[in-house]
Each structure stands twice: as C-alpha cells, then as structure tokens.
Write a protein that binds this ligand. Structure first.
Ligand code: AMP
Length: 216
C-alpha cells in the first residue's frame, strides 16, 4: 500500500498541531508529533523522561537516535499503514535524511510549511496553554470553553516549560538555522505547500484544504 506522508513545517507556535488535527480527520491518518511523544515520556517521570528534560526545557533538540526510534516504532503501527502526519519532524538536515531513508517506493511525501514571523510567534507562545492529552489552546485566539480546562478530556491546562521568552528565542534560532535547507530540498524533490499562518485558524485550514484539493 502506498503511503501518504505529510510533514508540517514551521516555527514553534505556527499552528502545526492545530492544522495537523484537521488534516488527520480529513485524511484518516494518525499524527506523529515528536514533541508531544517526548513530553508524554517526560510527564511519566521515567529516567529517560528526566534526561529529555535537559534538552527540551532549554529548547534544544533531543538526540537523533532517540527521535529515529520514536518515529520508526510509531510509523509501524497498523493505523499508519496508509501513511501518517509528522508534526515537529524533521528539525534539521540529518533528520531530513533519516526521514528520506524511511520512505518506501510509491510513498507520497508532502511538506506543508506554515509561515509565521518571529514577533507573532513570541506573542502566541506566551498565551499558549496545553493539555497532557495533546490538545492545545490559546488564551485569546483559541480559548477552551471552560477556563483552564481541556475541552477534550477536562484535565487542567498548563504552560509548557519551553514557552518562556528566553527559551522561545533559542527555539526560533534552532528553527531558522535549519529551515532554508529543508524547505529548499522539499521544494526540489517533493511537493511543498506554503501557507500564510498569520490569518485566522479557519482561513489557514481552508487554504490548506484547497491546496490539497480536499472537499471543504
Ligand atoms: P515541539 O512540541 O514540536 O515544539 O517540541 C518540543 C521540544 O521537543 C523541542 O524543543 C525539542 O527539544 C524536542 N523535539 C521535538 N521534536 C524533535 C525532533 N524531531 N528532534 C529533536 N528534538 C525534538
């Protein structure tokens, strides 16, 4: 079976998580959100989770080997047989090479870039609230129905460690260092869709569906 592999690419806070949810429902493909999987490990308080905190809380990338294992294992589950959606991977050229090495003949790889400026990223992340179940909210742009509680599972929302101003700047630097070569490669070898992420969530969704020729 040929797989559809969608890669969401964009700075932190660009709306990759939100838009990947829409696409996951429309295409019936699971989301592999590396940051989310790593945070779950961190929240379990395991030895590995504690080690991860040393990277993640500072906005640094965790070692490639671990990410490779995470994706290789998750992408082999039965629900990913028709493909999957990547949110937060690849983050640099090594990870891009690793992803390409996982592609099988006939697989279709589509990159979706969500463009958002640095200042907007800083505003957005300051108001971001997340839940352990993976849902994300924003105090102004996408508030939960009940303040401080997740709409999906009802758990208490919290602020991520790495959504602090100095860590945000480090994460933006990591993103910019890698973005150009990844996007250039994606445009030359695969399909690259670039979306303006500085519009309302629904407008970004509509532009994405239109570019993918999906019914609204
Ligand atoms: P995110 O939720 O995508 O913003 O990721 C949060 C943090 O998890 C990042 O700042 C990194 O420390 C780590 N992380 C997530 N995805 C990757 C990846 N593909 N490679 C390395 N580290 C990652």
């Amino acid at each position: 079976m040929n797989r559809k592999i969608i890669v969401f690419f964009g700075p932190p806070g660009s709306g990759k998580g939100t838009q990947s949810e829409y696409l996951s429902q429309a295409l019936k493909l699971p989301i592999i959100a590396t940051g989310e999987l790593l945070r779950q490990e961190q929240n379990r308080g395991t030895a590995l989770g504690k080690e991860l905190g040393g990277f993640m809380d500072k906005g640094k990338l965790v070692p490639d080997k671990l990410i490779h294992e995470l994706i290789a294992k998750r992408s082999k589950k039965p629900d990913a047989k028709n493909g999957f959606i990547l949110d937060g991977h690849p983050r640099d050229e090594n990870q891009l090479k690793d992803l390409i090495s996982m592609i099988k003949e006939g697989d279709e790889l589509i990159f979706i870039e969500i463009k958002v400026g640095d200042r907007e990223v800083q505003n957005r992340l300051g108001g971001r609230r997340v839940c352990d179940c993976g849902a994300t909210y924003h105090l102004i742009y996408n508030p939960p129905k009940v303040a401080g509680r997740c709409d999906v599972c009802g758990k208490k929302l919290y602020i991520r460690h790495d959504d602090k101003p100095d860590v945000i700047n480090d994460r933006l630097k990591t993103y910019h260092d890698a973005a150009n070569p990844i996007l250039k490669y994606a445009a030359e070898h695969f399909k690259l869709i670039s979306l303006n992420g500085q519009q309302p969530i629904e407008a970004v969704r509509r532009a994405m569906f239109e570019a993918l020729k999906l019914p609204d």
